[in-house]
Write a protein of this length. Sequence first.
Length: 74
Amino acid sequence: MKKLFPALFLLLANLVLVVATAAAQDKPEMADVMRSNGKIYVVVVVCLLILFGLIGYVFRIDRKLSKLEKQSKD
């Protein structure tokens, strides 16, 4: 229970900061410019490639670690 309270407090504080930041901005002009130029799709594709690369890396490391654990048990 002692560890749960600080985690919930930090989560709530983060949520409040995100909402306050979003409310302070009227309209993201950079996103509109990139969308009108068609460059937003390039940004999305690069972000997805990075995300899938990290997920693949984690799975590969997990497989290698599982293999090493299995070998150490034998």
